[in-house]
Ligand binder design. Sequence first.
Ligand code: NAD
Ligand code: IPM
Ligand code: MN
Length: 357
Amino acid sequence: NDSGRIVLLPGDGIGPEVAAEAVQCLRLLSDAYDLGLVFEEHDFGGAAIDAHGVPLPETTLAACRGADAILLGAVGGPKWDDSAERPEAGLLKLRAALGLFANLRPARVMHGLEELSPLKSHIARGADILVVRELTGGLYFGEKVIRDDAASDLCHYSRTEIERIAHVAFCAARERRCRVTSVDKANVLATSKLWRKIVIEVSSAYPDVALDHLYVDAAAMALVTRPTQFDVILTENLFGDILSDEMSVIGGSIGLLGSSSTGDRGPALFEPIHGSAPDIAGLDRANPGGAIASAAMMLQSLGFAAQAEMLDRALERTIGEGCRTADLGGGIGCSAFGSRVREILRSDLVRHEASLQ
Ligand code: NAD
Ligand code: IPM
Ligand code: MN
């Protein structure tokens, strides 16, 4: 088995802490099931600025291109906020270089764990949302001008960019509850007018999927008042960034959300949606759940669906039995949480072996 070359980009702040827990889970599963995963770590983000002067060194990019999948922690931090090229620029370059235009961010309120939500339980109960965020266009990648007294960012979208992300959302909806809500600002923005028109065109190929549209301001409100009305949210880069952080806490914490980024040239990248959390970095207080969920998404995409499900279930059970990090109101550390997930995995392995005898 040689289809499991994983490039690890731990990055900065809590990135290395949460990535380490996810990797240990992956190693355990790879050893137990002979998945043949091999890991290769590379400098990225602020750590790469310190070591090489740039956030995305050529060696790191080359390794990513040659990998079967990439697992990223997080990048950024106050130390590099004034550097010529920030750590975050490295992440944007990597997404662009690998053509990772489709970012999938699933969030849900776990059954029986409505108490973890900042929303009232009866509002949060059953919420299960997938944000499909366009990741290589829009304001992030348009021409930027910055002068002393004025600045601008160009928002640009082409038909092709909108069509391909819309197809991703409709296909994803078919695996879920067959409902897409496209979020835009078509009452104001030209790019949103084109977005809405093309999404409607693409929808005709998916008559079994219900489509509706919301303006982004109304969507932000609906997420916290009627979160269960959503299935798949399809939106552009910046709106997706903002709405997915808002959505993430419906289930309890941003620390729980993983994501996959896929494209048309090169391997997929898996990363928690949170950042480097400088306020808790180095304190063993981070929730590694999002990194572990990202690792499960990676297993799924590598074709190891059974192991992906085992990992997801172990993660959910860990939280369900009350093992919680500070962001979820508990007192468990990052590494103890990861250890508990692996304990559950090991006991599942034993049970699995027993059932084979
Ligand atoms: P953040 O996501 O790092 O943190 C926001 C808040 O959530 C903080 O209070 C933090 O402690 C908490 N938090 C985040 N992840 C957590 C986890 N796993 N467990 C427990 N609590 C968690 O966002 P920010 O503070 O706005 O940004 C910090 C840095 O991270 C910035 O440099 C930013 O650019 C960068 N960033 C990077 C990524 C990425 O690498 N993909 C994503 C977002 C932000
Ligand atoms: C994310 C982050 C990034 C983004 C930043 C760090 C460039 O917030 O992955 O959500 O805005 O896409
Ligand atoms: Mn973000």
